[in-house]
Write a protein that binds this ligand. Sequence first.
Ligand code: NAD
Length: 419
Amino acid sequence: MELREDLTPFEAVNYFFHKAAAIDELSDAAVAVLTGTYRELRVQVPVRRDDGSLAVHVGYRVQHNGARGPYKGGVRFHPSADIEEVRALASLMTWKTALVDVPFGGAKGGVQVDPSALSTTELERLSRRYFGQIAHIIGPNRDIPAPDMNTNAQVMSWFMDEYGRRSGHTTQIVTGKPLALGGSEGREAATGRGVVQVMDKAVATLQMGAPRDLTVAIQGFGNVGSWAARLAEEKGYRVVAVSDVWGAISHTEGLDVGALLGHVAESGSVVDFAGSEPMEPGDLLTADVDILVPAAIGEVITHHNVADVRASLIVEAANNPVTPVADAELTSRGVTIVPDILANAGGVTVSYYEWVQNNQELSWDEADVNARLERKLGRAFDTCWSFYQAEDAAVSMREAAFALAVKRVVEAASLRGYL
Ligand code: NAD
C-alpha cells in the first residue's frame, strides 16, 4: 500500500496491517477479509433538547472482526466521529485484543455530537437513544461496548439500563461501569496504568536512565492522560508539560500532578495552574522532552510537525496519534514508538476482567486486578520486544506488534473455517 499523507484513519491502520501481512506472508484472501469490516451500522439518533426542539445526530457501530471472540470496543461522542474513524478504531481493537491475548474481536462506536453542548438530561436521552438503535447487533456474547472519548461510567450505566429494559438485567453488556453496577476495581485507571507500565518497560529495555532524570510531556488530561500523569509521577518521572482541549502548561522542574488534579477538579482545565507557565498547545508535541505521550485524539503527529518532534520515546496512549508518514520518519530517525495497540491495551484488558467477573457474578479486589493487568501487558511487551529483536530491528515495534496480532487473528479465523 502506498505511503501517502492524506490517508484516512482506516487506510492508515490498514497501511500498518499491510506491513504485517507481508511479514506474516498472508494470502490475498486473508488480506481482503481483514482490510474490510464484518458489519457496519449507521443509525439516526434524534434527541429532544431541553427547549423542546429536536436535534438529529448520526451514530455508528462497526464490527471489524470477531474470529477470536465477541466484538469489543468503546463508544465515542465527538463532533469528528465519522465512519472512517470508527472503522479505524474498530480494526485497532481487533489487533489490540489479539496482541494482549484477550478473547475478544474488534468493534467501535461513535456518535457525531459535541457533548459539552448538552445538558445531563440531553446526554442521557442521547445515550439511551443511540444504544437502543444498535441494540439488535450487540449482546453479552456478541458485542460489548465500553467508554471512549467523552463517554464514561455514567454513560455506561444508561447503556446498561436501556439494554436491560429490552432484554432483562445484563451487567455483561457493557464494561467500564461504576462499581455499584458491576464495574471492576481498577478499570478507571487501567489504561493510564498500562501506558505507564509499558513506558517503564521501554525505558528499562532501552536503558534510558532513571525515571527522575527523564522528562515526560502528555497531551490530553482526561481519563487516560491524567492517570498516566499521576502514575508516571508516582514512579519518579518528571511530568513537565500537559495539555487539554483548552490549552497547555509546563514547568521544567516537573508539575505537581496531585495539586494539578485538584486544580482540574475545581476549574475543569489544566490552564492557569498555579506555578506553571502557559504553553502553545502545538508546542507540547515538539517540546524538548525524553518521552512524549499523546493521550488525546488521533493524527496529532503528522508530516507538518514530525521534523520538530524531539522525544526519543513515544508512547501512544491515544489511538492512531502518529500518521504513517510521520511514523516512517520517526522510525528512520531511531525514535522508539510503543504503538497504541500495546500502549493503551490496559483498558480493554481490565474490561475483559470486568466481563469475566460479571459472568461469574463475583468481584476481584484492586490489587488482584492490577497484578493480572501487569502480567498480561508485561507478557505482551516482552513478546513484541523479542520479535523486534529476532528481526534484528529490521521491523519497528509497531510492525512487530501488528505481525503478532494479525497472525493470531488469522489462525483463529482459519480454524473456524472462514479463511
Ligand atoms: P477523555 O475524554 O477522558 O479525555 C480526552 C482528553 O483530551 C481531555 O483532557 C481533552 O480536553 C483532551 N483533548 C481533546 N482534544 C484535544 C486537543 N486537540 N489537544 C489537546 N487535548 C485535547 O478521553 P480518554 O478516555 O482519556 O481517551 C483519550 C485517548 O485514549 C483517546 O484517543 C482514546 O481513544 C484512547 N483510549 C482510551 C481508553 C480508555 O480506557 N478510556 C482506552 C484505550 C484508548
